[in-house]
Ligand binder design. Structure first.
Ligand code: ADP
Ligand code: MG
Length: 227
């Protein structure tokens, strides 16, 4: 299997007025195409920073990032935005759908040409995959939390990205709803999509094939875990 993501010596230093905060220290990480990976770690361990770098929402202070065989470490902000739109689907903890807008239109949002025949066909199919065919015309404010997260997942899939990044996607859901969303991620992964999910809940992380643990901005190696 080929590698979809390779991080080599990635560090991130936030420069605040009075001190530098080292959020990530020399991270090496390889993720293969089709893997389902969970990233875990205490609050402040660098999970969101890593996610922002992986998602081309922020740049590392040093190191190299290869996404789908292309070095994306030093792209301009506008080129980053293009790659981000084509290659990465995001699902966040907070439900960031357009309010008073239909499920269908929320899912179509990332597409450039909107309601083309192809886009409509793909959106309809993805909405069915996430189990919301009977809600396709509902407005986002007429949906439950679990349903809203399904729309967010459908929207993340519409551009057929190489990778889905999910930051605490079950953080606002009860345990039943969390399980359902995790089952959905598994189903999407089984169809071949690479998924990287951040969570602080072991029960959520166990849906992934591999767990990567962060501590103080560093990946904890397996031999250190048992120590
Ligand atoms: P996590 O998501 O695991 O809780 P973060 O990646 O959000 O961790 O944060 C890692 C560290 O970097 C923390 O010490 C945090 O306070 C700091 N940090 C995060 N974002 C910023 C920022 N924009 N400016 C300064 N420090 C930040
Ligand atoms: Mg975070």
């Amino acid at each position: 299997m080929s590698n979809v993501i390779e991080l080599q010596g990635i560090s991130k230093i936030y420069k605040t007025g009075y001190e530098d905060i080292i959020a990530l220290k020399d991270i090496d990480l390889t993720i293969r195409n089709g893997e389902f990976v969970a990233i875990m770690g205490a609050s402040g361990s660098g999970k969101s920073t890593l996610m922002h770098i992986l998602g081309l929402l922020d740049k590392p202070s040093s190191g190299k990032y290869i996404l789908d065989h292309k070095d994306v470490s030093r792209l301009s902000a506008s080129n980053q935005a293009v790659i981000r739109n084509q290659q990465i689907g995001f699902v966040f903890q907070q439900f960031n759908l357009l309010p008073r807008t239909s499920v269908l239109n929320n899912v179509l949002l990332p597409t450039i040409y909107g309601k083309t025949r192809d886009n409509l066909a793909r959106a309809t199919q993805i909405i069915e995959e996430v189990g919301l065919s009977d809600r396709i015309k509902h407005k986002s404010n007429q949906l439950s939390g679990g349903q809203i997260q399904r729309v967010a997942i459908a929207r993340a899939l519409i551009m057929e990205p190489a990778v889905i990044l999910a930051d605490e996607p079950t953080g606002n859901l009860d345990s039943k709803r969390s399980q359902e969303i995790m089952e959905l991620f598994r189903k999407i992964n089984k169809k071949g999509k690479t998924i990287i999910l951040i969570t602080h809940e072991e029960s959520v992380a166990h849906y992934a094939d591999r767990i990567i643990r962060l501590r103080d901005g560093e990946i904890i190696l397996p031999e250190e875990l048992s120590a």
